[in-house]
Design a binder for this molecule. Structure first.
Ligand SMILES: Cc1cc2nc3c(=O)[nH]c(=O)nc-3n(C[C@H](O)[C@H](O)[C@H](O)COP(=O)(O)O)c2cc1C
Length: 339
């Protein structure tokens, strides 16, 4: 799929997730095969005011490019000013968040609230369209609630106003992230517009991404929660690797992820991120995973968190690869530990 001159190089890409899909995780996902990078939502007012949090969220690593930077806002003037800042910062695509369901966001008219008054939102989109020189995209939901399922109407308005691609997460705002995502809404949008549509919702493997594309006709898929602790989900070859290589692959990716977290963030935020991200890397259903997740999450320093994680990993790796292969795994651990 192409979004004007930006190639989306693959069928699946990482979805934006506030507090999670930061630069280290995005780069890891990209290196595993995620087809395009999208930033977390960046609040337009906070960015213009120079809030350190917003500026941090807007930061990215050069290797992540091309990068879509996602804006959150309701006021046309503020969104235009913020989009200009992001363009100066090198955004390859400007994306507008029209799907965030959180009450503290929607009561300010932002996120999914933009789907409520389609006429008023068309004005916001028009202003942004004039200001945005790079490709301009939007991410929408199925609608506000079951009585207001207007994804098709909103998508057609976006196309008419010059938006170049859309992502559809088909749950309504009131569904938040509960229930099953109704993929037929994605198909309805695909059939109603000519611009590329990316589907999103409950995809946890590339096989499911292909199923979504076959059932809905969407041009690509975004994966959010399914990629937590499993960035290799974007790698076609991962599942086909023999077990020892799969574990070696995981070790490489997790080691690099830790390194990126520690290089990108200050010590306090790095500790916080390590607790969160490494807890996701503890695979459910393996021996001691609950206890390990707890130990990782409650580690009082980065060193404690990492030690708890690697202790679980080594045991899980050795259990998974019995006999000689377990020794291979141990040899690789030593190679890793000695740098
Ligand atoms: C913790 C969390 C944070 C999210 N933050 C954003 C965001 O910043 N921007 C956005 O467009 N969607 C955001 N989403 C929605 C996801 O991009 C995605 O639409 C949703 O998780 C459904 O996809 P999934 O079933 O693959 O997870 C967030 C979702 C979660 C769970």
């Amino acid at each position: 799929m192409w979004i004007r001159d930006v190639e989306v190089a693959g069928i699946a890409r990482l979805a934006p997730m506030a507090g999670i899909s930061n630069a280290p995780f995005r780069l890891i996902a990209r290196e595993c095969g995620s087809a395009l990078t999208t930033s977390e939502e960046i609040d337009a007012i906070s960015l213009i005011r120079g809030s350190p949090v917003a500026l941090d969220i807007a930061r990215y690593l050069p290797e992540e490019r091309p990068i879509a930077m996602q804006l959150l806002g309701a006021d046309a003037g503020l969104l235009v000013a913020a989009a200009e800042l992001l363009q100066e910062q090198g955004a390859s695509i400007i994306d507008l968040n029209m799907g965030c369901p959180m009450r503290k966001i929607t009561r300010q008219g932002k996120g999914a609230a933009l789907m409520q008054d389609v006429c008023a939102t068309a004005g916001v989109i028009r202003a942004l369209r004039k200001a945005v020189r790079v490709p301009f995209t939007a991410k929408i939901r199925g609608g506000w609630d079951d009585d207001h399922l207007n994804a098709v109407e909103v998508a057609q308005m976006l196309e008419d106003e010059g938006v170049e691609a859309i992502v559809v997460h088909p749950r309504t705002r009131s569904q938040l992230f509960t229930g099953k995502a109704p993929w037929d809404v994605i198909r309805d949008v695909v059939e109603a517009v000519r611009i590329p549509v990316t589907g999103n919702g409950d995809v946890t493997s590339l096989a499911q991404a292909r199923e979504m594309m076959a059932l809905t006709g969407c041009a690509g898929v975004m994966i959010g929660r399914g990629a937590l602790g499993r960035p290799w989900i974007f790698d076609e070859g991962f599942e086909r690797l023999p077990a020892p290589e799969r574990w070696a692959y995981k070790r490489r990716v997790i080691t690099r992820h830790i390194d990126l977290i520690e290089r990108t963030f200050d010590a306090r935020y790095a500790h916080n991120q390590l607790r969160k991200q490494l807890a996701w890397y503890v695979e459910a259903g393996l021996p001691h995973s609950n206890a390990a997740r707890h130990a990782v999450h409650s580690g009082r320093s980065a060193e404690e968190v990492k030690a708890a994680y690697w202790a679980w990993f080594e045991e899980a790796c050795a259990n998974a690869l019995s006999g000689e292969t377990a020794n291979d795994c141990g040899a690789e651990r030593l190679a890793w530990a000695s740098g």
